[in-house]
Structures are given as C-alpha cells and as structure tokens.
Design a binder for this molecule. Sequence first.
Ligand SMILES: C[S@@+](CC[C@H](N)C(=O)[O-])C[C@H]1O[C@@H](n2cnc3c(N)ncnc32)[C@H](O)[C@@H]1O
Length: 280
Amino acid sequence: MKVTDTEFLLIRDYIEEQCGICLNKEKAYLLENRLAHLIESYKCKDFSEFYYIVKSGHHRDLKDKLIDAMTTNETLWFRDTHPYTILKEKILPSFAQAVKEGKKDKIKIWSAASSTGQEPYSIAITVRDFCMGQNVIKQDMVQIIATDISDSCLEKAKAGRYDSVAMSRGVTPEQLNRFFVKDSAGFYTISQEIKNMVKFQKYNLQDNPIVLEPHFDLVFMRYVAIYFSDKFKKDLYSKLARVLSPKGFLVIGAVETVRGVSEDFDLLSHGGGLYYQCKR
Ligand SMILES: C[S@@+](CC[C@H](N)C(=O)[O-])C[C@H]1O[C@@H](n2cnc3c(N)ncnc32)[C@H](O)[C@@H]1O
C-alpha cells in the first residue's frame, strides 16, 4: 500500500513526537514497508485510517507496535572493537583507581539503546574479564543497566538467545566457547553469569534518565542519536551530562560526534578510538 504525502507527514510527525526518530521524505518507502503488517493486521483501508486508530488510543499497544516497527535495531557483538579496548584499558582502570582511593564503591554503567542485547552483554563480558585479572573491582560492584524503547528487542535481549547469523558477527570462537551454550535448535544462549550482570528495562530516551539512576559512571549511547533531530540530540546530550557522575565517561558510535551539539564533554582518544569525559 502506498502512503500519500499528507499521510506521510502526519505519521512522520507522530513518530518524532513519540520517540524522536526523524524520517525525511525519502524514507516514505520505509514507512510503507515497515508498517505493512500492522496495516494488514488492524484491517486498515489506508494509512489515514491507521493513523487515526493509533491516535485514538483504542488499541492500547498499537503505539508501541508502531514505534517498534520504525526502530532500526542493527547491532553486533563488540561493535567497532575500540570501545571495548578503551573500556578495558582506560575506563575500568580509572574506576579501579577511584575504588582504591576510596572515592567509589560501586560502578554504574548504562547501555542506553541496547537493541537485542549484544552491546550490554559485550560490556558485561569485558567487565567480567577485567574483574578476573585484578582484585580491586569485584564483579558484584558493577551494575549494568540496559534500556531500549523496542519491546521486541528487549524481549530478545532478556532471553539472550541468538541464531548463528547473530553469533557470526563479532564473537571470537574462544568467547563463544566460554560464554555461550548451543542448543539442539542451533541457537546460542549467553551464560547465566553474564546474563545476571545486566538488568534490562524499557526506556524512551525522550524521558528523564533520572528515573533510571541518578548517577552513571559510564554511558554507552551508540548508533541511536543518528536517528534524531539536532534539537533532540542537544537535549539528550545535556541530559546525559547531568546523569553522569563527575568526570563520568560517554562512548558513542564511531560515526557520531558531540561536536556542535554539546560543550559538556572533553574528547579523549586511545588506540585509535575516541571517547568522551564529562568536563565537570
Ligand atoms: C541501531 S540500534 C543500536 C544498538 C547498539 N547501541 C549498537 O550500537 O549496536 C538503535 C537502537 O535504538 C533504539 N531506539 C530508537 N529510538 C529510541 C528512543 N527514543 N529511546 C530508546 N531507544 C531508542 C532502537 O529501538 C534500537 O534498538
């Protein structure tokens, strides 16, 4: 089914209002493709009818299904490698130093758009291996909160069960052996130890992050701000600066930057990768 210009504008504005995702006119095809199954299952004759049904609120979960359908959930294990090297070689050692000096007794990490779980579980594996190699930070001192707006992603992430295609993207054979169990259907489930390190929660980045936790020591917010308007990005980074502990760290996607969007962070580099630290 084709979307008219007016329908596109109505639905586009509604999506942006609800979750910040911006679609330009060239993305009309995306709307047609991704909403086709909802249009069909709610027996709508066109996109106008679909829009009015969503707006009416009569189907309580339709808004969530619409947002779920419009999110892009691309992710992989240890995405871009650098963030995990930085975590292991710079960020965790700096937390260990703070613990040693009595300035910290807990470490709180937020994976702010966790998709199907590969990012927070990659963080958990990195933390776990770091904890095994020293005796300052104990594994139970580290809390990892992973959030996403997509119900279907959160469900998959909580299950921690992946097909062989997902497993072929970023996991070494050695990690596969140590942290996953293969079942008779050919799926791989992450070990209970790693699963227990991550708490998943539904959260819209438009909301106030204080509801999650007043202070995070590290935020991974990767490959999600690219879908937002400059205005939303500005608000988001300023909220992040407020929710981070003093001198807390921020890791964003390799193609992303806070330059021109926020003055709250210093840019740092290590081993060819970039990360940020809160100025205050
Ligand atoms: C491309 S994935 C990135 C996943 C992961 N951070 C990575 O880099 O591999 C983007 C994720 O952002 C989520 N997302 C989009 N808009 C959101 C919002 N307003 N609040 C929370 N999550 C959102 C999507 O559901 C999707 O899972």
